[in-house]
Design a protein around this ligand. Structure first.
Ligand code: ATP
Ligand code: MN
Length: 475
């Protein structure tokens, strides 16, 4: 059997004269004066290995099959390369075409638009850019598991199918085995679910947090890392209908601990990328975003700003008053901030990541811990705030949404009632507050938002292999 050498390893070897076999896909082929040059890539690295051969020594019919996209097995001698920018190349002795490539190969031409690539998402993985993004994506997954493992968190798997709709009412995908052509309804016209697969209405989860809290209040510290689904019809470069979320949840953690964790964790991931994805980052820095490496390095050097919402509003209002800035959406105290506001604070005012805290209760989720003190804005006491923490990043906006959780049963029930949250299927969640409740906190990081930041890509559809967005589930 032939022993295949991965191209990433072949390029590092200096035992010139050795016979090796590499396999991969042709990126390009050119010929000059009876010699051919093939750039071969096997996905192990962004770098191609150069294959050099003498036309005369090969079957012309076989050589004709070596076109961009074709798959080859090449046996040859590892030699020192005379060409700049590569230490070694392979002098071909034998070439087998494992797979020819039809002329309509969609990745034939270089420099296609990202929109074109999305329409050929099944083949775009073969390009330099998507290869780089996918290798970085893998590395970020490793960084995340390593970080939590080393800090004593347990990887905890929460269900994808859920019967609770308290968080995502209206933006959940339903899961059913019912015959949609023949739906039984009751006298009020509502669909009967008793005879559905789970005997009740179920959906795909929008977050693993509520089950994560059960894990944290037993194991001390857990994290989830899995797919989440949101049927929100927001066609933006930062939203997917199916995305991956990382949700650590920790017992006995307060607001300051939480912000420390968020900052330390993101910096760890960025450092991991810089330490382990050098070639891919350099490529992206050259081809996609010239400021990328500087921005990544910058984040490591910065201390994130910790900014109470009320102070944030003061800054935004001051920017408006002084005429420094115009916003499309209002930002009065009490308003939910739009991405233009978040980006102004991060990119123009502070020029570093911001962790915003102490949001008005009414724009945040029911489970967030209510602050003891009322905020003062323009000399007046305002409404209650909660201990939420949104981590805001340059280019991205919100990358993390977290909070300290309300651990008091009565206060939590109050919120649930005030907000008319359907809690009939949530008795198990409330039990955490009845049986040995404890202070705890956690956050959700959108995996693809992290990849956006680390790769410098502009559109979230381009950092996941097969994006799911409204009207798009082709591949
Ligand atoms: P946004 O305001 O950006 O829509 P959100 O406040 O609805 O986000 P959370 O419910 O706080 O989001 O979810 C936690 C994290 O999950 C967010 O900080 C973000 O990184 C990520 N996220 C949320 N929605 C999406 C989505 N549709 N696609 C990709 N990532 C998402
Ligand atoms: Mn959020």
């Amino acid at each position: 059997m032939i022993r295949r050498t991965k191209i990433i390893d072949a390029l590092q070897r200096t035992d010139y004269g050795t016979d090796i076999t590499v396999m991969g896909w042709v990126r390009s082929k050119r010929a000059s004066k009876g010699i051919f040059f093939i750039a071969l890539n096997d996905g192990s690295t962004i770098k191609n290995v150069q294959i050099v051969g003498d036309d005369a020594k090969f079957d012309p019919a076989m050589l004709k099959l070596i076109t961009t996209g074709a798959c080859l097995s090449v046996e040859g001698k590892l030699v020192e390369s005379p060409a700049a920018g590569q230490a070694s190349e392979i002098q071909a002795v034998g070439i087998e075409v494992l797979g020819t490539c039809d002329a309509d190969y969609p990745m034939q031409k270089k420099g296609q638009s990202f929109e074109y690539m999305r329409q050929h998402a099944h083949m775009r993985l073969r390009t330099n850019t998507f290869g780089a993004v996918m290798r970085i994506r893998h590395n970020m997954a490793m960084a995340i598991h390593t970080y939590f493992h080393q800090h004593g968190y347990f990887y905890f798997n929460t269900p994808l199918i859920t019967a609770s709709d308290c968080e995502g009412a209206g933006q959940m995908f339903q899961v059913t085995t019912k015959n949609l052509y023949d739906l039984k309804k009751n006298e009020q016209g509502s669909i009967i679910y008793d005879d559905d697969f789970f005997g009740k209405q179920t959906s795909l989860t929008v977050s693993g947090q509520l089950e994560g809290e059960l894990g944290a209040t037993a194991l001390g510290a857990i994290y989830t890392f899995g797919p989440t689904f949101r049927a929100e019809n927001s066609n933006t470069p930062r939203h997917l209908a199916e995305f991956w979320m990382i949700e650590p949840e920790i017992a006995f953690m307060d607001l300051d601990d939480l912000m420390d964790l968020e900052e330390d964790f993101i910096k760890y991931c960025v450092r991991w990328a810089l330490d382990n994805c050098g070639d891919d980052l350099e490529f992206l820095n050259k081809m996609v975003d010239k400021g990328l490496l500087e921005r990544l390095q910058g984040v490591l050097g910065e201390t994130f700003v910790r900014l109470p919402y009320t102070e944030g509003i003061e800054i935004l209002q001051e920017a408006l008053r002084s005429g420094k800035k115009k916003f499309e959406f209002p930002c009065e105290w009490g308003d939910d901030l739009a991405s233009e506001h978040e980006r102004y604070l991060v990119e123009e005012h502070f020029r570093k990541p911001v962790i915003m805290t102490h949001y008005p209760k009414k724009i945040k989720s029911f489970y967030m811990k209510i602050d003891e003190e009322l905020p003062v804005y323009e000399g007046k006491e305002m409404e209650q705030t909660v201990q939420g923490t949104d981590v805001l990043f340059p280019q991205i906006g919100e990358i993390i949404g977290g909070s300290v959780r309300e651990e008091h049963y009565d206060k939590l029930m109050n919120e649930i009632k005030e907000r008319h949250i359907p809690m009939k299927d949530m008795w198990w969640y409330l039990d955490t507050r009845r049986f040995g409740t404890c202070p705890h906190a956690g956050f959700g990081l959108g995996f693809e938002r992290l990849i956006l930041f680390v790769t410098g890509m502009q559109n979230i559809r381009d950092v996941i292999p097969f994006p799911r967005t409204p009207k798009n589930a082709e591949f």
